[in-house]
Design a protein around this ligand. Structure first.
Ligand code: NAD
Length: 489
């Protein structure tokens, strides 16, 4: 098998770091082998990036021409949807139906930030008491770091690279160890779309080596990170020492809430999708279910029927709902959480095991699992499992509900199922979560800001704010009168 090259400062070549592999989680086979970036490669990429973003041709490029590159990126992605979806599925095992959606969302993201960069305008704040004209405009930060996880590479990587480039920066992208393929393909697409050399480098490698050195490098002026909360906290320290901005999209343990007047069929289907799509490997997975005691039996009966009917299978098979988890180590950690939940007093209502089907034996599969009988304080209710495991709890009144739903170090998302939209809005006011979905779950709009409360993160991606986050504001004062400053008389 050929070794993949990586993209360092505008050049495709082998990294000078250790050998790495991308594995297909459905059977453990090797998708690709490559040499990781070394610290010397990192230095080379940053030097090229620093030169590239200061180039007058890039600095002064009119926004509509920068937008043209991003539209071209979107055109290329849209012309290769099936192929890119397959590549993404090979890298992390998600079913094709899901990776199709992610590829489309990446194209939409590139188009959104193309439009946003054309529309972004500075401001003309008018001072009250002086003969002054003041302008405030947005400028790029310079060289910026994007560090991403393995669960939705094409979407999370585009969500950083597109606005960073639209804003005029140079980006060093460090993909997750397990999933280097999509980031490298994105680099080819940006290159093909005409992005000048040096403005994007992709450096696969170990987080604690390349990721850490990237974040610490003195020329790096922003860290944008998506991943686990403990890594995010470490990077926040690095950013604090350097006094640079950090945008952190971290973990979650999101509550979904079924009120007594909910449409049970709608709620059961939405909850099932919210926790079990992507095999639960989603930061926003609705992993804690709170159901009003009056409808608990009815809701749980329907939810169990749906969960038992989900098809676990090969990511490329039509009709597969749940593919393999990213690797065996992660699958084993999900299994350990189920064992822990049982020791904590939980009753497994469905799933809870590695599937017995011999056709699935080579992959890191896990059954969709629903557990009841735990209180919200249990570790299985507090810690992010990042797998297809739902814990169900019944509640009696809104005060108990709010107390328990908010009793988490995380605050990424929440869901509410009810026919009473006024009550849903009142509840959403009290939920500590960056996103609240009402009668839907895990749907997105690129123009709507996304990010976490509490230990689920800092800062927001998407929307115009998501573009401004990659820029710094400069204010300029122009004296319009003839007055002379007499202070030194
Ligand atoms: P992770 O924190 O282990 O790794 C994420 C990235 O950080 C990888 O590229 C990794 O190599 C790098 N990294 C690791 N240590 C580093 C260090 N010391 N310095 C710099 N970089 C380092 O996370 P993961 O296991 O890849 O992803 C799963 C986690 O990501 C889950 O907690 C999930 O909730 C979270 N996530 C959050 C969002 C969100 O938008 N909030 C989205 C997807 C995933």
């Amino acid at each position: 098998m050929d070794e993949l090259t990586i993209f360092i400062g505008g050049h495709w070549r082998h990294g000078s770091g250790n050998v790495m592999h991308s594995h297909f989680p459905a059977d453990g086979s090797v998708n690709a082998t490559l040499h990781a970036a070394s610290l010397d490669d990192l230095k080379e990429a940053i030097t090229a990036a620093e030169r590239a973003w200061r180039e007058p041709g890039w600095r002064n490029m009119l926004p509509h021409l920068r937008a043209k590159i991003l539209h071209k990126v979107a055109d290329i992605i849209e012309s290769r949807i099936d192929e890119l979806a397959q590549l993404q599925s090979r890298d992390n095992g998600k079913p094709l139906a899901e990776t199709h959606g992610l590829v489309m969302s990446a194209a939409g993201c590139a188009r959104y930030f193309a439009a946003a960069c054309e529309l972004l305008e500075g401001e003309l704040p008018t001072p009250r008491q002086a003969d002054l004209l003041t302008l405030s405009r947005y400028e790029p930060l310079g060289v910026v770091a994007a560090i991403t996880p393995w669960n939705s590479p094409i979407a999370s990587e585009m969500q950083k690279v597109a606005p960073a480039i639209a804003a005029g920066n140079a980006v060093i992208l460090k993909p997750a160890e397990a999933t280097p393929l999509m980031a490298l393909e994105l680099a080819r697409i940006f290159e093909q779309a005409g992005l000048p050399a040096g403005l994007l480098s992709v450096l696969p490698g170990k987080g604690s080596v390349i990721g850490d050195a990237l974040a610490r490098h003195p020329l790096v002026r922003k860290i944008s990170f998506t991943g686990g909360t403990s890594t995010g906290r470490r990077l926040a320290h690095v950013a604090a020492e350097k006094l640079i901005p950090a945008s952190l999209e971290l973990g979650g343990k999101s509550p979904t809430i079924v009120l007594e007047d909910a449409d049970i069929e709608q709620a059961a289907r939405g909850i099932c999708y919210g926790i079990f799509s992507s095999g639960g490997q989603a930061c926003i997975a609705g992993s804690r279910l709170f159901v009003h005691e009056n409808v608990y039996p009815q809701l749980m009966t329907r939810l169990l029927e749906l969960a038992r009917g989900l098809r676990i299978g090969h990511p490329f098979d039509d009709g597969t709902h749940i593919g393999p988890l990213i690797n065996e180590k992660h699958r084993d950690s999900v299994l350990e959480y189920v064992e822990l939940a049982k020791r904590e007093g939980g009753r497994v209502l469905c799933g809870g095991e590695i599937p017995a089907d011999p056709a699935l034996a080579a992959g890191s599969y896990f059954q969709p699992t629903i557990i009841e009988g735990l209180t919200n304080g249990a570790r299985a209710c507090q810690e992010e499992i990042f797998g297809p495991v739902l814990v169900a709890i019944s509640f009696r009144d809104d005060e108990q509900l709010i107390r328990e739903a908010n009793d988490s170090v995380y605050g990424l998302a929440a869901g509410i199922w009810t026919r009473d939209s006024g009550r849903a809005l009142r509840l959403s006011d009290r939920l500590e979560a960056g996103t609240v979905w009402i009668n839907t779950y895990k749907v997105f709009s690129i123009s709507t800001p996304f990010g976490g409360f509490k230990q689920s993160g800092l800062g927001r991606e998407k929307g115009i704010q998501g573009l401004k986050g990659w820029m710094q504001q400069k204010s300029i004062y122009l004296a319009t009168g003839n007055s002379v400053n007499h202070w030194c008389d």
